[in-house]
Design a binder for this molecule. Structure first.
Ligand SMILES: [Zn+2]
Ligand SMILES: [Zn+2]
Length: 303
């Protein structure tokens, strides 16, 4: 702690000498704060273990790993990083190294689209757009490759929804993050709503932790299969979908299949089926809906 003590004394001395009289020259005041600022940055670094101090990226990663799933403010991250360009380092940690660091912007847009459980994630509900949170302590080593694919799609001329669908189709069966989808949308706020439309209106089997796939990590989306659901089973509101899945215990009503039985040779997923078809006046409510695996669902529609 020798180093920390020395820096603390240095800052106190600098502040003691800081000119505060009414006659003080503004420019001189500002200039005399520069060494204070520099010493503060050093002090922030001195609190961290020696082996991570050398680079802002290492400092930030260490701090995120010390406090996973805790909302961290831009101010504390600036202190830890010790440089003003720290936000770019966070992007690198995410894009090049696959750490699931989410910004407040993305989290809030997911809340608005109904893709996060407001109760379970209430601590994130108050996130400011410049706050950050590390969702998982595990590094996703395939993320760097996915970001390259995302970049190519991002630069095409298509609309946001088309681009998001294309990226999901490139990654069928693999979870992708909300940060990736937001990036593809060129940071347009509408990305989360477009994902919801793809799921509820267009019938693409896109699951999240809160919408159909409770074992998925927060912030991740998965396209289960590259196939739209039958037209008559679309437009089911997310809250009704959740209600039915929970009621049916995430189990196929015909064959009892659950996610636990998933294997790559038989990659099933769960869908909702209208007992009385929507087109024939069947309601979009829980009583008229049934959880089926996609195989049994196909059978029902064939007979
Ligand atoms: Zn089944
Ligand atoms: Zn059906």
């Amino acid at each position: 702690m020798h180093e920390v003590d020395n820096l603390k004394k240095k800052i106190i001395t600098l502040l003691d000498n800081f000119e505060t009289s009414d006659q003080a020259d503004l420019r001189n005041q500002v200039l005399s704060l520069i060494p204070v600022w520099a010493a503060m940055n050093k002090l922030g670094g001195a609190l961290l273990p020696k082996d991570v101090r050398s680079a802002a990226k290492k400092r930030l990663l260490f701090y995120f790993q010390e406090y996973p799933r805790v909302v961290l403010s831009q101010h504390e991250l600036a202190i830890v990083a010790g440089i003003s360009e720290w936000a770019r380092r966070i992007r690198e940690l995410r894009v090049e190294f696959g750490w699931s660091i989410f910004s407040g912007k993305t989290i809030l847009e997911m809340f608005e689209a109904g893709d996060l459980d407001p109760e379970q994630h209430s601590h994130m509900n108050e996130m400011k757009s410049d706050d950050y949170v590390l969702i998982s302590v595990n590094q996703d080593r395939d993320a760097a490759y996915r970001w390259k694919v995302a970049k190519d799609i991002r630069n095409t001329k298509a609309g946001v929804k088309t681009k998001i669908l294309e990226f999901l189709q490139e990654n069928v069966g693999t979870p992708v993050s909300g940060e990736e989808l937001r990036y593809i949308a060129k940071d347009k706020t509408e990305w989360a709503r477009r994902v919801r439309e793809l799921r509820t209106e267009d019938g693409w089997p896109i699951g999240t932790h809160w919408n159909g796939r409770p074992e998925l990590k927060t912030g991740m989306y998965i396209l289960e299969e590259n196939r739209q659901g039958p037209a008559h089973d679309r437009k089911i509101p997310d809250d009704v979908r959740r209600q039915v899945l929970v009621r049916d215990k995430y189990k196929c009503a015909d064959c009892n299949w659950t996610r636990k039985q998933w294997n790559p040779d038989d990659p099933r997923h769960l869908e909702l089926h209208h007992k009385e078809q929507h087109a024939d006046g069947g309601a979009n409510d829980a009583d008229n809906l049934l959880t089926l695996c996609n195989v049994c669902h196909d059978v029902r529609h064939r007979v």
